[in-house]
Ligand binder design. Structure first.
Ligand code: IMP
Length: 424
């Protein structure tokens, strides 16, 4: 039995949804602790592909109860739609999904402000998903947010909404935007509130009771380590703590009961949106896009692709305390003669060498990655069933990642299907 935190070790889109699905067989509770519907976890339900944005991927395991923790920002309209979408596919949600009363609510003005704030950034755009995530967390920290517990109290919500809409409409007017309608927002949010009300509870006590009954809990990270508001490539980050430390704050489950951290990383690196990607490679990007791979699950945008970055991966291992590694998308490298990976960065102006990720993104953008090369395996890995089925060159490459990141390699994923997962 173990309480497990799963984190993305790069810039998101590491394939966490599939790994979580593979890990949840024995799990009783799956908890989202940060982010909102900017996340997109691709899962397969009865043969159909489905993208989850707010609901933990564990919902597909009928024995698991799912929790949207206090650290998440919830778009109630999006959540209602997502639940209805799953119900249409035959997934039973009844009594299996709980929402923290303390989670904050994403409002229509957050989405508008997200778009306007991004527009004035010109070439320095973060590439936000425009789901209102940054402004919603901004209101939370500024102590003017609306929480789920406010949303489900009709009169209180109506009063709060009136105040917040009038303040935010002033801000939108100054930015040249259209005012948000109070009546329309009230009606839509109250309909969603009626739908969600039975799921709202004190999730700290729910999870405490679960722990008393020796339940196994999995904390499902969204986005990735380098999108973390504190440790990522600021300001090109999301607005929450995507690293393992965020799991406790975002759920109210203390660090003392966490047993292991699983870090998910691709066998190469991708990034969607703005900000540095030191190992970026146009040839690799073109090749992967040509194979129909690496398009964003939430926005459909093509992801920028680069070689595996050992500096990034090692720093993620240090930051998150990664015990176990899950390496995904190995099959994306199946047809490459010479594979590269970053070993360190060098500042060519000063000659200084870096084995960690500096906090200054301007410096990071200037650093030159120093590459190591590996002979490719030039054969399909997608039908491998165990470690020994993998080509020797692939095993050498994976072993290097394992030793460089000082974490134990536990899972290798070689395709989207459940059976394309090798457990060590
Ligand atoms: P926001 O969280 O929508 O404001 O986006 C901030 C940055 O994080 C942008 O570069 C997004 O592309 C990126 N981002 C947000 N969510 C995800 C995700 O789930 N996967 C990958 N990138 C993400």
């Amino acid at each position: 039995m173990a309480n497990t935190i799963v984190v993305g070790a790069q810039w998101g889109d590491e394939g966490k949804g599939k790994i979580i699905d593979a890990l949840t067989e024995s799990v009783d509770y799956v908890v989202r602790t940060q982010g909102g519907n900017n996340a997109g976890h691709t899962v397969y339900v009865n043969g159909s592909q489905y993208v989850l944005h707010l609901i933990p991927s564990g919902i597909l395991n009928p024995r698991a109860t799912c929790v949207i923790g206090n650290g998440v920002v919830v778009d109630p309209l999006g959540l209602k739609q997502e639940i209805e979408g799953l119900q249409k596919l035959g997934v039973n949600i009844d009594g299996r999904l709980y929402i923290s009363e303390r989670a904050h609510v994403v409002m229509p003005y957050h989405k508008e402000l997200d778009a306007f704030r991004e527009a004035v950034k010109g070439t320095k755009q973060i590439g936000t998903t425009k789901r209102g995530i940054g402004p919603a967390y901004g209101d939370k920290v500024a102590r003017v947010g609306i929480r789920i517990l406010d949303l489900v109290k009709q009169d209180r919500f109506a009063t709060l909404l009136k105040q917040r809409i009038s303040e935010n409409n002033e801000a939108l007017k100054r930015l040249g935007g259209e005012p948000i309608s109070y009546q329309e927002t009230l009606a839509a949010y109250q309909e969603a509130a009626d739908f969600l009300r039975p799921m709202v509870t004190n999730t700290v006590m729910l999870l405490y009771k679960a722990r008393k009954e020796k339940a196994e809990i999995l904390f499902e990270g969204a986005q990735g380590t380098f999108l973390d508001i504190d440790h990522g490539t600021y300001p090109f980050v999301t607005s929450s703590n995507t690293t393992s430390g965020g799991a406790s704050a975002g759920s109210g489950v203390p660090p003392t009961v966490m047993d292991r951290v699983v870090g998910v990383m691709k066998a190469y690196t991708t990034r969607v949106g703005g900000g540095p990607l030191p190992s970026h490679d146009d040839g690799l990007s073109d090749m992967l896009h040509g194979l129909g791979r690496e398009f964003g699950a939430t926005t459909g945008r093509p992801r920028r692709c680069g070689w595996f970055d050992g500096v990034i991966a090692r720093y993620a291992s240090i930051l998150n305390g990664i015990d176990e590694l899950a390496i995904t998308n190995l099959d994306g490298l199946d047809n490459i003669e010479t594979i590269q990976a970053v070993e360190r960065y060098e500042d060519q102006e000063t000659g200084v060498s870096y084995d960690y990720v500096p906090g200054d993104v301007e410096l990071l953008e200037r650093l030159k990655p120093v590459m190591k090369t590996f002979p490719g395996w030039m054969t399909s890995t997608e039908n491998a069933k165990c470690w020994d089925d993998l080509p020797e060159n692939a095993r050498t490459y994976l072993k290097w990642i394992e030793s460089f990141t000082e974490a134990k390699l536990k899972i290798v994923s070689i395709g989207p299907r459940r059976e394309q997962t090798i457990f060590m």
